[in-house]
Design a protein around this ligand. Structure first.
Ligand SMILES: [Zn+2]
Length: 165
């Protein structure tokens, strides 16, 4: 089996999916894009609602990955929104999520083991694999869930019902 050890293009797509769910979009390379259009990337919204992202193939990979994030932000905000606060926020989110996702994905390969302890640990583990514990929204949701479980557990213990998780 031949395997890529790092997949930056897939990772930036996954980061976008993590934040905004899945959507339809086609991505292509063009080795003359920069030469013809003077840009590293381009998002084309076609009348049939098809969306195509074009990346300049001669540009270094690192820049291409960032450009892909840039173009994916255009796909998310839609063709009527130009570069501005709304687009910027989406791009920032994708960029942050990409870094978070990659840090986790690639450091996990060198496995230093994380230990989860007790009920809280079990929930942290679920949150970790489901989305990523350092995501502020999922932490809030998780803390709320933990509180609910704690209250329910105490109630069950006090009333002698016992409690299992
Ligand atoms: Zn742009």
């Amino acid at each position: 089996m031949i395997t890529w050890l790092n997949t930056p293009f897939e990772d930036v797509i996954q980061a976008t999916r993590n934040l905004y769910g899945d959507f339809d979009c086609e991505i292509e390379w063009d080795n003359k894009l920069k030469e013809k259009e003077g840009v590293y990337g381009l998002t084309t919204f076609l009348p049939d609602e098809k969306v195509i992202i074009t990346l300049d193939a001669k540009t270094e990979v690192e820049t291409q990955v960032e450009t892909l994030g840039h173009e994916l932000a255009h796909v998310i905000v839609g063709h009527e929104v130009e570069h501005g606060a709304e687009w910027e926020e989406v791009f920032d989110n994708i960029f942050k999520e990409y870094n978070r996702y990659c840090e986790r994905k690639y450091s996990d390969k060198n496995q230093k083991k994380v230990t989860y302890k007790g009920c809280r640990g079990a929930l942290e583990f679920i949150a970790d694999i489901a989305y990523g514990y350092d995501n502020s929204k999922s932490v809030k949701a998780l803390e709320k869930l933990i509180d609910e479980i704690r209250i329910e557990a105490l109630r069950a213990l006090e009333s002698g019902e016992g409690y299992r998780i």
